[in-house]
Design a binder for this molecule. Structure first.
Ligand code: ADP
Ligand code: G6P
Length: 498
């Protein structure tokens, strides 16, 4: 019912992203099955596609030999929103494994990811990776065009389909789709949403082919970012790199005889779904200690090393927390073929070992470290039963974990959220404790303050945080995106269309 007003003229939305909301794996019997994939994009977009009955074009996580191999349906026990995505709504993209490696591990995750998170020293610049990025984007564009042609021949032929492209993997795809669709006289609207930050011009221009990226994105009718700062960075780059005429106040960019709209559209979560999960999830934390919780992909942008150091500092400066508090860090393995991620894994293992070795007593270990994915039920229980949610990235487009944590705070008194000002969430979740993860002493003090915060202050802060996230949920985000595209069709309109 949450989505009943959001109908992108049912069935004519095509979502395009690098990753499908599941990874295909072979089970013991050798049959393909779906496994949920983690990450902010999938969490946010899956309910949108399912509820709009849209098509999803993306990569299934393995290289399928047979392009016609059928995609299995979801497991009957799957409780994620992805479960509702039927196989006939999925278009799986096939790319040569070597090209894919250079595109995904190279250009996307060793260049754009660090660069767009303003960490240029971690970025590599490589012409072969860039060429693979172009090839892969063309393949995604081709698959999208095939889906678009099919739509043209269905009962929805009268609708103008909406193609919604996601994230830094696919910044070139729009232009090819637009050109081919125009050549074939197929109407469509193209929208783009970037789930990560868009960096300032002085960082963006380090990328040797930065003009091409802007031109690719400007193939869309509308481009969404999480917050206004990222919009302004993008507009600035269009003006300074390409010499486009821009309107910074109204966030418009003129390019190729068209005007492209740019919009801040802060993403939300399926709030009510997390409340329900938190209400039903059995208790999993059997402990008398207060829990400080971190939930992240194992990624250097998440500030995990600084977080552990801040926790160590807390135990040094406030020894009264020893044996009374534990840090539960859940880190889901991510991009394990990329060197920077392998090094971070090593560093974390060593640091957890060192801090635990230093403080552990016969009855208590300060850090519990889970390197893996946890189920939605366990995740909700962890969120609900933790005293402090620690969300301290060095840089993050938005950060959904901060929002999931507040949604699950159904106990009285609630927990306290600590958030970094360098995450999009830090810009919007004003009642959280804001903490700069680069300053270890300050971060330790923020944790101490959270642990000792009076109940009435916890309640007041959490009430405001929950109210905002409940209203600005993922449904609101979708509606805002469709409205900005001029594609929002309400239930009443839809009934009228028939
Ligand atoms: P990012 O998009 O960089 O991964 P976000 O915080 O925006 O960061 O989104 C992460 C998403 O992945 C959240 O929906 C979170 O619940 C999920 N997630 C992260 N770590 C885990 C984990 N260890 N187990 C299960 N889900 C996880
Ligand atoms: C972030 C990105 C997503 C990506 C996710 C997981 O949320 O914005 O595009 O899907 O991380 O990363 P992965 O490389 O596993 O897809």
């Amino acid at each position: 019912h949450l989505y009943q007003n959001v109908v992108a003229s049912s069935g004519s939305m095509i979502v395009v992203s690098n990753r499908l909301p599941f990874v295909l794996e072979k089970n013991k019997e050798g049959n393909l099955c779906r496994k949920a994939s983690a990450g902010g994009l999938v969490t946010a977009v899956a309910p949108v596609v399912v509820n709009c009955k849209g098509l999803w074009v993306g990569w299934p996580g393995i290289h399928l030999e047979d392009p016609n191999q059928p995609i299995p349906e979801s497991d009957p026990n799957d409780i994620t929103p992805t479960a509702g995505l039927k196989s006939d709504k999925v278009v799986s993209v096939r790319i040569d494994p070597q090209i894919f490696d250079s595109y995904y591990n190279g250009c996307c995750n060793a260049t754009f990811w660090p660069l767009f998170h303003s960490m240029p020293d971690r970025a590599t610049f490589n012409g072969e990776h860039w060429r693979a990025y172009i090839t892969a984007n063309k393949e995604f564009a081709n698959c999208t065009l095939t889906a678009l042609r099919k739509l043209k021949n269905t009962e929805n032929a009268g609708d103008v389909p909406l193609i919604w492209i996601h994230d830094y993997h696919l910044m070139l795809a729009a232009n090819w789709i637009r050109q081919a669709a125009e050549d074939e006289n197929i109407s469509c609207k193209l929208g783009f949403f970037l789930h990560i930050p868009f960096p300032p011009w002085d960082i963006f221009r380090l990328f040797p082919w930065s003009d091409e990226i802007l031109q690719g994105m400007l193939g869309c009718d509308m481009i969404g970012f999480h917050i206004t700062d990222y919009c302004l960075n993008f507009v600035d780059c269009c003006q300074r790199n390409l010499g486009c005429r821009v309107d910074r106040k109204n966030l418009l960019v003129e390019h190729g005889g068209r005007t492209v709209r740019v919009r801040p559209l802060p993403i939300g979560i399926p709030f009510e779904r997390f409340v329900e999960l938190a209400e039903k999830a059995p208790k999993v934390l059997s402990t008398t200690q207060k829990i400080i919780l971190g939930v992240d992909r194992l990624d250097y942008t998440k500030g995990l090393v600084n977080r552990l150091l801040a926790f160590e500092k807390l135990l040094e400066k406030h020894p009264e927390h020893k044996e009374n508090v534990s840090l539960l860090q859940i880190a889901v393995p991510s991009r394990t073929d990329v060197k920077e991620y392998q090094e971070l894994k090593e560093e974390m293992d060593q640091l957890v070992g060192r801090i635990n070795g230093r403080f552990t007593t016969p009855n208590w270990s300060p850090i519990r470290y889970i390197y893996g994915c946890v189920s939605q039920n366990d995740l909700a229980a962890f969120y609900r039963d933790s005293a402090v949610g620690l969300v301290t990235p060095l840089r993050d487009g938005m950060n959904l974990v901060a929002k999931e944590f507040v949604a699950c705070q159904i106990n009285t008194p609630p927990g306290v959220l600590i958030v970094s000002p360098f995450a999009g969430a830090g810009e919007t979740m004003h009642e959280a404790l804001i903490c700069n993860p680069y300053e270890i002493d300050g971060a330790a003090e923020a944790i101490h303050r959270a642990l000792t915060m009076p109940d009435d202050e916890r309640i007041l802060r959490m009430n405001y945080l929950r109210r905002r996230e409940k209203i600005n949920d993922v449904n609101y985000w979708t509606r805002s995106f469709l409205a900005a595209m001029g594609s929002l069709i309400t239930q009443e309109d839809h009934d009228e269309i028939g």
